[in-house]
Design a protein. Structure first.
Length: 258
């Protein structure tokens, strides 16, 4: 199985979905707890949710393997993105519930983590870099859009219910003020969904690392509360509910392209 798929588009928009993968190699799956084998912390169905973006000319990269194999949105040295807050690491050993990912004494060793980085993490990031360079060369600019989703209530990570749309621009440093204002204006113009900008999810490693606003590379992360397009308990995709959410995502991406 390829470690990722890449669709090359024609517009200055590149969508990365680093937590969409669900595959587990057999040697890793056998060491996980039964609950973890269901890969519950997946950003479920975001590839389906963003499929329409091909119509806008966007490039899209989607990994095959679960974040439990290696988290593509963490730095390869595993430095915490949110110091002082609960989070999960490069090769997670706890789930978003706080429960263990692995059976007792089955955690990956440092050598195994390094091997996973080489096998799964580096190819994704090399593809990110190459596609960003291709798009920027063609258009003189590019926006890298990080598509994420998470359960609406995760006490281990945040208090209360997460807003529906969580926009992250690394505190306003990963994109231009004009782009952030345009996206905020679009979110504020509707009343169906709650939203926040640079709240609990300000942008992960990819958003922060690849931003180079002065040289035409802007990055934005959108973390969605999953109940807006799926059943959070069964992981089932709910097309009617999703279509309304997609309509707002489309308007945000159209603003981004404009």
């Amino acid at each position: 199985m390829d470690t990722f798929t890449l669709h090359r588009g024609t517009a200055p928009l590149f969508i990365s979905l680093p937590h969409n993968g669900t595959a587990l190699p057999d040697d890793i799956a056998g060491r996980l707890t039964p609950d973890a084998r269901r890969v519950p912390d997946t950003d479920w169905h975001v590839d389906t949710l963003y499929a329409f973006a091909r119509e806008l000319g966007a490039s899209i990269i989607v990994p095959s393997y679960s974040r439990y194999v290696v988290d593509l949105n963490r730095p390869d040295d595993d430095v915490s993105l949110y110091p002082g807050q609960n989070t999960t690491g490069l090769c997670p050993i706890v789930r978003f519930s706080g429960d263990p990912v692995y059976l007792p004494e089955q955690h990956p060793t440092p050598d195994e983590i390094a091997s996973r980085v080489d096998t799964y993490w580096r190819p994704y990031h090399q593809a990110l870099q190459q596609e960003l360079a291709r798009i920027r060369a063609a258009h003189g600019r590019v926006v890298l859009w990080e598509g994420h989703s998470i359960r609406s209530v995760v006490p281990f990570l945040f208090d209360g219910r997460l807003p529906d749309f969580n926009l992250g621009t690394a505190g306003g440093t990963s994109c231009s003020p004009a782009l952030q204002r345009a996206l905020e204006t679009e979110l504020a113009a509707q009343s169906d969904y709650s939203f926040i900008v640079n709240g609990r999810f300000r942008g992960g490693y990819i958003t922060r690392h690849y931003a180079d606003v002065a040289n035409g590379i802007q990055t934005v992360q959108l973390e969605l509360a999953q109940l807006n397009y799926m059943d959070e308990d069964t992981f089932a995709y709910l097309p009617e509910r999703a279509s309304r959410t997609q309509a707002l995502i489309r308007r945000l991406l159209e603003r981004t392209l404009a």
